[in-house]
Design a protein around this ligand. Structure first.
Ligand code: HEM
Length: 408
């Protein structure tokens, strides 16, 4: 069958949904030659694969082995460092690493952070209210979650601007940027820099015997004979920093964009700010910030009449699953009142997003403060430049200008 999903085409980067809908209807388990892997596009298949231990999360190992064979030591080293991320581990290694982190992200722990999140939001928005133009991404959607995650980890917020370059570069590999030719080199450099940064942070806090932030808890757990090695400790800090803001930045950017594109939904929200959390869920479903998750077949697997061979990569297309008409009425409609809304945007099963509650609270607090400001602004252009990142879906920038006449 003709492949109808060219992930590298500009029109797909701008709007992947019509092609994914065709694929889901005609060939829901399809081999994709440019991506060299299988695409799963129905809700049921995408969900089931996340519960199925025949699909392994250990997708860095094949990369590391390949890089060793090509004798590219710096890329092999990058693979070795990434291999310590619990995101890329199966049980039994995954289980204790996850257990050490989840306490910092329980609903209770996150609710206790609300006042600090509110302060961070206000500090960032205050200077914007006097401006005639600002970039929602670089002036707010990036620094807000990055500052929150710096606070959780215990690194200075003055370092946040540095995280932007490092994360952008790392994202070209983790998220698979489609049009960046030197992405492996850039990603490797960023990962080495972040590793040095967190090694220094860990060593400093260990010597100073500090207490109170996530890094201190991880050090204490390690010193009391816990299962986390030094490399895994440093890797977990990098994972939390990276996962903790790239996706939330896109959630806030995508929400802003969708509200401007759907004035009826925007009006509903302005009239009833209690709808913010339901709006956030619909943004997550409709334009999900983590668009794809990847697995590798541990054995030969038969699914939807297709045979996936051991070692094949499988792309679980969350963005397609979230618009599956079997599970969502009128799925192409952006509807902030949608109920139920059982999207898969935070994944499912043992790798379910640790930061889901944090992301939800950040977006909720952000939009409580953004709503009054946004009514005076509008996008400078209707032409949005989507990032070419296959996994992390968001726009590169979102310039807003003050309206000539303020909206009611
Ligand atoms: C809109 C925001 C977010 C989205 C859409 C998102 C999405 C996801 C998804 C889909 C997964 C599963 C990946 C897989 O199974 O391969 C995941 C895992 C993860 N997320 Fe998030 N995430 C978001 C925010 C955050 C935040 C704020 C944190 C901060 C702590 C975070 C930390 C993690 C971690 C550590 C994992 C790995 C969990 C594991 O492997 O057990 N995420 N996220």
């Amino acid at each position: 069958m003709k492949n109808t999903f060219d992930a590298f085409a500009s029109e797909i980067i701008a709007n992947p949904y019509p092609a994914l809908a065709r694929l889901r209807a005609a060939d829901p388990v399809s081999w994709n030659e440019p991506l060299k892997g299988w695409l799963l596009t129905t809700y049921d298949d995408v969900k089931a694969a996340q519960k199925d231990s025949r699909f392994s999360a250990e997708r860095v190992k094949p990369f590391t082995m390949h890089m060793a064979a090509t004798k590219r030591p710096e890329l092999e080293r990058m693979g070795t460092l990434l291999n310590h991320w619990l995101l890329f581990r199966d049980p039994p290694a995954h289980t204790p690493l996850r257990r050490l982190l989840i306490d910092a992200f329980t609903p209770r722990a996150i609710n206790a952070l609300r006042p600090r999140i509110g302060e961070i939001v206000e500090e960032l928005l205050d200077p914007l209210s006097d401006r005639n133009q600002f970039d929602m991404i670089s002036d707010f959607a990036f620094p807000m979650p990055a500052t929150v995650i710096a606070h959780i980890l215990g690194v200075p917020s003055s370092d946040v601007p540095k995280f932007r370059t490092w994360s952008n570069d790392l994202a070209t590999v983790i998220g698979n940027s489609r049009q960046v030719p030197d992405r492996f080199e850039r990603g490797a450099r960023a990962l080495f820099t972040l590793t040095d940064y967190f090694r220094t942070t860990v060593s400093h806090r260990r010597n100073a015997r500090t207490k109170g932030v996530l890094v201190d808890d991880l050090i204490a757990a390690q010193e009391s004979g816990g299962p986390m090695s030094e490399e895994e400790l440093v890797a977990s800090c990098i994972l939390i920093l990276f996962a903790g803001h790239e996706t939330t930045m896109n959630l806030i950017g995508n929400a802003t964009l969708l509200l401007f594109k759907n004035p009826d939904q925007w009006a509903l929200l302005r009239n009833d700010p209690n709808l913010i959390s339901s709006m956030v869920e619909e943004v997550l479903r409709y334009e999900c910030a983590a668009f794809v998750i990847v697995r590798v077949a541990n054995e030969d697997i038969e699914i939807g009449g297709k045979r996936i061979s051991k070692g094949d990569r499988v792309f679980l297309m969350l963005g397609a699953a979230n618009r599956d008409p079997i599970h969502f009425d009128d799925p192409e409609r952006f509807d902030i009142l949608r109920k139920p809304n059982r999207h898969l945007s935070f994944g499912f099963g043992i790798h379910f997003c640790i930061g889901a509650q944090l992301a939800r609270v950040e977006a909720e607090v952000a939009f409580k403060h953004l709503l009054p400001l946004m009514k005076d602004f509008e996008p400078v252009s209707d032409d949005f430049d989507w990032d070419d990142n296959f996994v992390l879906r968001g726009v590169k920038s979102l310039l807003l200008q003050r309206r000539a006449v303020a909206a009611a």
